[in-house]
Design a protein around this ligand. Structure first.
Ligand SMILES: Cc1cc2nc3c(=O)[nH]c(=O)nc-3n(C[C@H](O)[C@H](O)[C@H](O)COP(=O)(O)O)c2cc1C
Length: 186
């Protein structure tokens, strides 16, 4: 199962993320948790989030980039849900072996990220990548849609199709792996 943790603070103004979600929401085996709908008051149900994560093979963190980082509710979600003794530390192995995919949209194009001492977009993945690895997850190559400030309809359609393809491919490969493991043991 793929679990999409979706965090958009202004969902009614979204073009890119809405299109991405539309493109994948009917895939069997994909579950979407819309954080800003579930927790408008930022009062996160930690146990419910942990149960959902436990069911997942791949966890997707999907959001628009905000000031080179995460929307605040997603940051709080990480702080609250990835508890010591559950996600890391003594007996904290709930996420071990799961896959983690960052699905992010940005208003700027790749040039926009040519700032500072480490001028690249990829460097912005580092905090999430380190978090995933720290919790024993397998970090997947990220899925990014850049240039949403100037995105036209064909670009949005192409982004949705690419996202759908990415998730479908994961599910197919994952099912094949499970079938192979089953026949190896059986
Ligand atoms: C508060 C705020 C901060 C933002 N910071 C960035 C940024 O640092 N870099 C960038 O490329 N886009 C930035 N953006 C633009 C959003 O990333 C962009 O509008 C969004 O990814 C488009 O997706 P959507 O159509 O689903 O809203 C920011 C937008 C907001 C509202």
């Amino acid at each position: 199962m793929i679990l999409i943790i979706y965090a958009h603070p202004y969902p009614r103004h979204s073009h890119a993320n809405q299109r991405l979600l539309q493109a994948v929401k009917d895939i069997p085996g994909v579950e979407i948790r819309v954080l800003y709908e579930l927790y408008p008051d930022f009062d996160i149900d930690i146990k419910a989030e942990q149960r959902a994560l436990e069911r997942a093979d791949m966890i997707v963190l999907q959001h628009p980039m905000q000031w080179y980082s995460l929307p605040p509710l997603l940051k709080l979600w990480i702080d609250k849900v990835l508890e010591h003794g559950w996600a890391y530390g003594h007996e904290g192995n709930a996420l071990m072996g799961k896959d983690c995919l960052w699905a992010v949209t940005s208003g700027g194009d790749e040039q926009h990220f040519a700032l500072g001492d480490s001028p690249s977009f990829a460097v912005l993945a580092q905090p999430l990548q380190a978090t995933a690895i720290y919790c024993g997850m397998n970090w997947q190559p990220y899925f990014a849609v850049h240039g949403t400030f100037t995105c036209n309809e064909p670009a949005l359609i192409a982004a949705g199709e690419a996202y759908r393809h990415r998730l479908m491919q994961y599910l197919m490969q994952h099912r094949e792996q499970i079938a192979e493991q089953g026949s190896a043991h059986g």
